[in-house]
Ligand binder design. Structure first.
Ligand code: 5GP
Length: 127
């Protein structure tokens, strides 16, 4: 079923400048800002500027420029945070929740970059 995008979601409002945010990085394709309820010392959300609900939505319907731009922005944020293991950073976890089973609260694609402490196992063994 095709996605429909709700332009009243909170991240759409952040993109339009209607709600303030703590910006870490911005370019033509993406905005990265600190999560309002951080779960790790560094908890940054990276969102595309286009109206995509989930990662699969962007990957399926986004232009090559949008997909590459969003991916490059994630790389820039990891570099800025100094967490990429390739540059001796201590590492991070990247999560993108989608839909009901993924427990996605905000219906605008976002990637969580979680870093700054050991994060533990990827998922709990039981929900
Ligand atoms: P999800 O469960 O959709 O993957 O996560 C949504 C995330 O957005 C949560 O971690 C939540 O703390 C964050 N969030 C929700 N509203 C706001 C907001 O207004 N500003 C910021 N910076 N983060 C928000």
């Amino acid at each position: 079923m095709p996605y429909s995008y709700d332009d009243q979601n909170i991240f759409a409002k952040i993109l339009r400048g209607e709600i303030p945010n703590d910006t870490v990085y911005e370019d033509d394709h993406a905005l990265a800002f600190r999560d309002i309820q951080p779960q790790t010392p560094d908890h940054v959300l990276v969102i595309p500027k286009g109206p995509y609900v989930t990662f699969d939505h962007l990957a399926t319907e986004g232009s090559d420029d949008e997909i590459v731009g969003f991916t490059r922005a994630i790389g820039k944020v990891c570099d800025m945070l100094g967490v990429d293991p390739g540059s001796d950073g201590a590492g991070y976890r990247m999560i993108s929740n989608a839909g009901e089973h993924g427990v996605q609260e905000v219906p605008h694609l976002h990637v969580h970059i979680l870093a700054g402490r050991p994060i533990g196992r990827m998922i709990a063994r039981e929900a």
